[in-house]
Write a protein that binds this ligand. Structure first.
Ligand SMILES: C[S@@+](CC[C@H](N)C(=O)[O-])C[C@H]1O[C@@H](n2cnc3c(N)ncnc32)[C@H](O)[C@@H]1O
Length: 167
């Protein structure tokens, strides 16, 4: 598993994955936001888990936006309209978790946190071959599109508590 220290070092430079200048990431972000717009919601509260520097976070359609990010270097660059939190503060009608439910991260803990924080829609994105199968309720939409040398998926769930933690 990648450690916090490794992630801090990775984020010593700005935008280490070059999201802001890579056409596939600009497309990915636009794709996510278009799907959210299609759901026809303006959310009260959104939580982005593993938000990085907030490449997507700052543009989420929500009144209040919280971000959870393990790297202090990354979090120091979050947009001004995004508040960093260390644990979910109550529940959120939108939870976004993209590029994070992978084996190199603490995915079990993250999935549990997402499950505890969600109240309505959970959006999960990532590289198809890497994404671990955590269902967060009834899947209402699913998309696949080319991304760098991979295929990217984006799933929208209507939240139901993830079964291993029911009860
Ligand atoms: C591949 S990046 C994805 C960034 C962003 N979600 C996106 O889709 O563009 C994964 C991010 O998750 C963060 N991360 C990794 N493990 C984490 C954890 N346990 N809690 C919070 N953030 C974590 C990393 O520091 C990194 O910023």
């Amino acid at each position: 598993m990648q450690t916090k220290q490794e992630l801090e070092e990775w984020y010593e430079q700005d935008d280490p994955w070059e999201y802001t200048v890579t056409p596939d990431d600009i497309y990915r972000k636009r794709f996510y936001l278009t799907v959210l717009e299609g759901l026809g919601e303006y959310y009260d509260r959104a939580l982005d888990v593993g938000a990085g520097e907030g490449f997507i976070t700052g543009d989420l359609p929500a009144e209040q936006i919280h971000a959870i990010e393990i790297s202090d270097n990354a979090a120091s660059r979050l947009p001004k309209n995004v508040e960093r939190v260390f644990v979910p503060e109550g529940t959120y009608d939108l939870v976004l978790v993209t590029g994070l439910l992978y084996k190199q991260y603490d995915h079990e803990r993250i999935a549990r946190l997402v499950s505890d924080a969600a109240s309505k829609h959970v959006c999960v994105g990532g590289i198809e071959d890497w994404l671990l199968p955590y269902p967060f309720g009834r899947m209402v939409e699913t998309f696949r599109f080319p991304y760098r040398e991979y295929t990217s998926v984006f799933n929208v769930y209507e939240y139901e508590r993830y079964s291993p933690w029911k009860g």
